[in-house]
Write a protein that binds this ligand. Structure first.
Ligand code: ADP
Length: 451
């Protein structure tokens, strides 16, 4: 039962452009399908927007992988180092999270990877692994053109990172150089580089034989799916026998050529224009955690300007970029309908006073509009991928704080997918348990066994 807060009729009317109809979503699906097909055939469509990179992962886990592995997880808010011991149908994992200082996120690539190597070194010492040489799976969640399982060319940075001096360079080589400078190359053998969607899929596939799609809704959004090798025109490697390859869609970029203009709002445009990557990742900016709270803030201001909220008053904080955090959306919507305690506290903290119940109800409604639109777009995206796989039964592995913590995101997606997926196709959405760690270890395991 998904609650739906009743706003004032004027606010409902003012926010009409946030409500996507089923026709809008079906149109979106058609456009995405076209872009995926173009991405798969990039040789003949060099300007394709949804890149659909082949990952070189051709085998899904069997559940029989064993051994001890290191994993790195770089690509969002937290940077993590892990050691994972896989046993049959069971695994042990220890991890540590490190902070990436802002100056390393937007500095030189050498500094960033040296920092990564330094953290890995700290971890190796802590875990007393100095005498071992372990295979490492590197979860690297930025657009990458893969040339082998352990080679990938950095295409661009997203999600607030920008180390543009290393664009066009092999990310595995950059990390390897940093390991050498740090003197820990003897402890580590980099086996595979994967992104977080692939890790999510791998980790769910270890448990569910029907898993064919991975989705992330966290800082950013992206998806991957299992495609027939015959359709993956850009795949340029040996067929290892499975006849399939994992495709990293990089669907965050969907809309970068204007395709999504039919559903973008003035606030979507403003978020893009004031970002560090204007014109890029348009789809991601309408959905993911890095932007969701900011969208709510801008929509609150839209209502204030129309004098439909707070009697037309605002505050200094309410006018400041990123002051309304994405987790507030979850917190506000997690309250029982009619209970606005958290909403009131959040707004008071942003300098707003004398809030009426109707104000609070309207703000909750704004949150619902933004999260609902994001969930419905994800639902339409997944429905497109399900159609593309032609599977009749499919499990989708999902990770990311927005999916994990928003009280209704899962149900909003399910509700809409039931409308959009062809009748007769059975699907389920499965929360991934630590895909970027375990998924990287599983990929390193399958790489070690085939080398
Ligand atoms: P990442 O994608 O960076 O690996 P996460 O999956 O944790 O990591 O996503 C981080 C994003 O999730 C941030 O943009 C943050 O605003 C958002 N977020 C954090 N907590 C919540 C929450 N409780 N509800 C919704 N979004 C959240």
């Amino acid at each position: 039962n998904i609650p739906r807060t009743k706003p004032t009729p004027e606010v409902l009317n003012l926010l009409k452009d946030l409500q996507l109809t089923d026709d809008n979503l079906k149109q979106y699906m058609k456009l995405l399908m076209t872009d995926i097909r173009k991405g798969l055939a990039r040789a003949t469509h060099p300007t394709s927007i949804v890149k659909c990179y082949p990952t070189y992962i051709q085998d899904l886990p069997t559940g029989r992988e064993t051994g001890k592995y290191l994993a790195l997880d770089l690509g969002g808010t937290n940077f993590r180092v892990l050691v994972i011991e896989l046993e049959k149908n069971h695994f042990e994992m220890t991890s540590r999270t490190f902070v990436i200082p802002q100056d390393k996120m937007v500095g030189s690539g050498k500094d960033l990877f040296d920092h990564v190597a330094a953290c890995l070194h700290v971890f190796i010492k802590e875990q007393k692994l100095e005498q071992e040489c372990l295979p490492l799976g590197f979860t690297y969640s930025f657009p990458l053109v893969q040339e082998a399982l352990n080679k990938g060319i950095i295409e661009r940075w997203t999600k607030g990172f920008k180390c543009d001096d290393v664009l066009g360079r092999d990310v595995v080589q950059l990390l390897q150089d940093s390991l050498v400078r740090r003197g820990i190359q003897k402890n580590v053998k980099i086996q595979a580089v994967i992104n977080d969607t692939a890790g999510t899929l791998m980790s769910c596939a270890w448990k569910s034989p029907y898993c064919r799609i991975g989705l992330i809704v966290g800082t950013g959004t992206n998806a991957c799916y299992v495609e027939k090798l015959t359709n993956a025109e850009m795949f340029n490697g040996p067929n290892k026998g499975s006849g399939v390859v994992l495709i990293n869609c990089e669907w965050g970029a969907f809309g970068d050529d204007g395709t999504l203009n039919f559903i973008r709002t003035p606030e979507d445009i403003q978020i893009d224009e004031t970002s560090i990557n204007p014109g890029k990742q348009i789809h991601e900016k309408m959905i993911s955690g890095m932007y969701m709270g900011e969208l709510v803030r801008l929509l609150i201001l839209r209502c204030v300007k129309a004098r439909l909220l707070f009697g037309g008053r605002d505050s200094v904080d309410l006018n400041q970029k990123d002051k309304f955090q994405t987790k507030y959306v979850s917190e506000i919507e997690a309250q029982k309908p009619g209970n606005h305690d958290r909403c009131k506290a959040i707004l008071e903290n942003l300098g707003m006073q004398n809030l009426s119940d109707q104000d609070l109800q309207n703000v909750r409604f704004i949150c619902e509009c933004v999260s609902r639109r994001a969930a419905h777009m994800c639902a339409a995206g997944l429905s497109t991928l399900i159609k593309k796989t032609e599977e009749k039964r499919i499990t989708i592995g999902i990770d990311g704080s927005v999916y994990r913590h928003h009280p209704y995101f899962h149900y909003l997606m399910m509700e809409k997918m039931k409308v959009l997926v062809k009748p007769g196709v059975v699907f389920d959405l499965m929360l991934s348990e630590d895909g970027s760690g375990r998924g990287a270890a599983l990929t390193a395991a399958s790489a070690s066994s085939s080398i």
